[in-house]
Design a protein around this ligand. Structure first.
Ligand code: ATP
Ligand code: LTN
Length: 333
């Protein structure tokens, strides 16, 4: 919509160490949009505080997440990379959209149900209205596409419903976005409990491979991954552990499931797990090296953050002003 160029938006919370789930489901797909779309990639620190965060850690992880964006191939000259709390329009539009979102539809969000079960001592209103802030992130930029893992599909669909509802009352306000979910890697599972999503907030570090784990750690974690009592590497119902490892191997090698089955025919799970570890470590080593260089140059990261926030704030303010005007808010003289 901006100068006829299509817009892409996505966000990652600085709420923990990023996992290969975050990488395969989201981050590594982001750079594919940079040529054809105007891309905004946000570090969503306001979303992260829906769960208690230690302030020094939140600050450190905000820098780290920005550095990871760049280390994963996002060129700050071709993409707008910024921090959510640096652009106040996000929180301002979220309030307005709260008044266009129904209590019932927020109650149906599975992430709210999961997180309120996991943080029963802190079921705050922010956790409940989290998807409304996410809708304002997306709608502020007149976004066409939102690359995310499959767990976020429900939130993007809610965003579409809110945009359509608003557009019905005030026609032509928002572009209605599409979720873009990569076929391969849309849901990477835990290595310890392969029926569960791999999550950066998992308490068991062996269940999760972090993007920044070193080679030996990656290989060790895959060696310990839970599988089954079968011995044949094949993709099949009821083989959650092997299916997940095959998915990860497919993502990093570009091979199909049939090719993987053929490659490991006559070999055991041990050989296969070692191979998954190797290809994962090979793919992530350059990311980790680049990340280290970036993190050593805080002034550079600060400068990129500022540039990104200036670019984002300009676009966001335009949409917010349009919305405020349509609603009947008196413009400040
Ligand atoms: P938490 O587990 O703490 O709730 P998260 O990793 O799910 O955090 P984000 O950091 O906000 O949440 O996720 C960033 C992106 O990574 C989102 O697009 C999300 O869909 C994707 N993602 C997260 N986990 C996975 C996974 N296991 N497989 C594929 N994509 C994932
Ligand atoms: N809710 C997402 C993070 C997120 C996001 C967004 C993703 C916040 N705002 C806008 C895409 C677009 C999550 O928890 N993974």
């Amino acid at each position: 919509m901006l100068n006829d160029q299509k817009v892409c938006f996505s966000g990652v919370q600085p709420s923990g160490n990023l996992t290969i789930g975050n990488y395969l489901g989201a981050l590594r797909n982001f750079s594919a949009y940079s040529e054809a779309y105007k891309c905004f990639y946000c570090v969503v620190d306001e979303h992260a505080i829906t769960v208690r965060q230690e302030p020094a850690e939140l600050r450190r992880r905000t820098f780290e997440t920005l550095a990871l964006y760049i280390a994963c191939g996002l060129d700050p000259d071709k993409n707008t990379l910024y921090v959510q709390s640096h652009v106040p329009a996000h929180a301002e539009l979220a309030w307005i959209l709260n008044c266009f979102t129904m209590f019932g539809e927020l109650s149906r969000m599975t992430q709210f149900k999961d997180k309120s079960a996991r943080h029963a001592d802190n079921i705050n209103a922010g956790l409940f209205t989290y998807p409304v802030l996410m809708a304002s992130d997306i709608l502020l930029y007149q976004t066409d596409v939102v690359p995310v893992g499959v767990d976020q599909k429900q939130h993007v669909e809610l965003c579409r419903d809110v945009a359509e509802r608003f557009n019905q009352v005030f026609p032509g306000t928002f572009t209605v976005p599409q979720p873009m979910i990569a076929e391969n890697g849309k849901k990477i599972m835990s290595l310890a409990e392969p029926a569960k999503k791999m999550s950066k907030s998992d308490e068991n570090p062996n269940a999760v491979v972090y993007i920044l784990d070193d080679r030996d750690t990656i290989i060790r974690k895959f060696r310990r991954a839970v599988t089954d009592s079968d011995t044949v590497v094949r993709f099949a119902e009821g083989k959650d552990g092997i299916n997940n490892l095959m998915t990860i191997y497919a993502c990093f090698t570009g091979k199909t499931m049939e090719e993987i089955e053929r490659e490991f025919a006559g070999k055991g799970y041990g050989d296969f797990k070692a191979a998954v570890g190797e290809v994962t470590a090979d793919a992530l080593t350059p990311v980790r090296t680049r990340f280290g260089e970036l993190l050593a140059d805080k002034a550079y990261l600060e400068a990129q953050m500022k540039k990104g926030a200036d670019e984002a704030a300009y676009v966001a303010r335009r949409t917010l002003s349009k919305v405020q005007k349509k609603l009947g808010f008196v413009p400040r003289a």
